[in-house]
Design a protein around this ligand. Sequence first.
Ligand code: NDP
Length: 330
Amino acid sequence: SKTILLDNRPEGMPKTSDFKIIDEKTPEIKSGEILLKTNYISVDPYLRGRMRDVKSYIAPFELQQPIVSGIVAEVLETKNSNFDKGDFVTGNLSWKEEQVSTGEGLMKVDPKKAPLSAYLGILGMTGLTAYLGLTEIGKPKKGETLLVSGAAGAVGSVVGQIGKILGLRVVGIAGTDEKVALLKSEFGFDDAINYNTTENMVKAIAETCPNGVDVYFDNVGGDISDAVFFNINKKARLVICGAISVYNETEMPKSISVQPFLIKNSALMQGFIIFDFVDKYPDAMNQLGQWLGEGKLSYKETIVEGFEATPQAFIDLFKGKNKGKMIVKV
Ligand code: NDP
């Protein structure tokens, strides 16, 4: 069966040649182990950081070793009494069509409760990041204005919808007119801005957020976020979730000096990684599940077919090819 390895550390925008697909024989399982067949692979912007050989909150990938990300897989064979043949599991697993696991760190998922791919998005890291980042750091209050960058992506589209459920005015920033339309029609955003066709972002934000920005949920960083600082309100909360616009930079990007904006507005700017909130996952999952069940929350997926398409699907995140969660169906 096939495995995808990191062949080179990417310079700038990753290329498919930075990855290598090899064929290898899957080992026999031993006592305590299970054999897994991969169904769905999550590709995520943060994996780009792990391809650099730098110290971070999570160890870098090693060259000539498989990439690891969120995966949903089926148990094909088992010598572990905690798992039955035909069970579906999710967890951080290798980019392999088949792999052996001890089951450690894996969670069983029920295809009758939700489509399997949803456990990599709305019912996985995406949903948790959106809900906990917004509520724990953004502390949104009814009637306030929430601005979301990367709004048509996996996390952003959920953040905006939660903002609407909580009674805020919600404005999104995304990269195409089609995404802008989608935000308004499907996800209930009050307004949206296409940053690729807007010359003056400071003005566009002022026009779409006439009462100023109380909560900014930032997925992208860079120039887009620089424009937001000119529009924040007194006591604004800036939730720094991601900075995809700089993940491929080879030099430290220049940005405006944000301190004066934070000072004069007594504003709070806070980064986070979702693992900070691990004790809050169960309550967050309950809330997301409830809203989904009530039809208050919807989600979109961009499904790419075929195991070998995984590196390209990952690269396409940086080109904005996805709407909602980017997932590979093996
Ligand atoms: P998305 O589904 O949002 O996919 C990435 C999107 O980013 C693209 O569709 C594209 O949309 C946009 N984008 C790509 N390049 C640029 C650019 N140069 N400038 C502006 N926008 C760009 O991914 P996720 O929802 O999975 O992740 C969103 C962000 O949240 C990422 O930054 C990620 O690292 C972060 N994250 C952080 C977590 C945490 O624990 N802090 C956990 C999970 C995610 P468009 O067409 O609009 O440009």
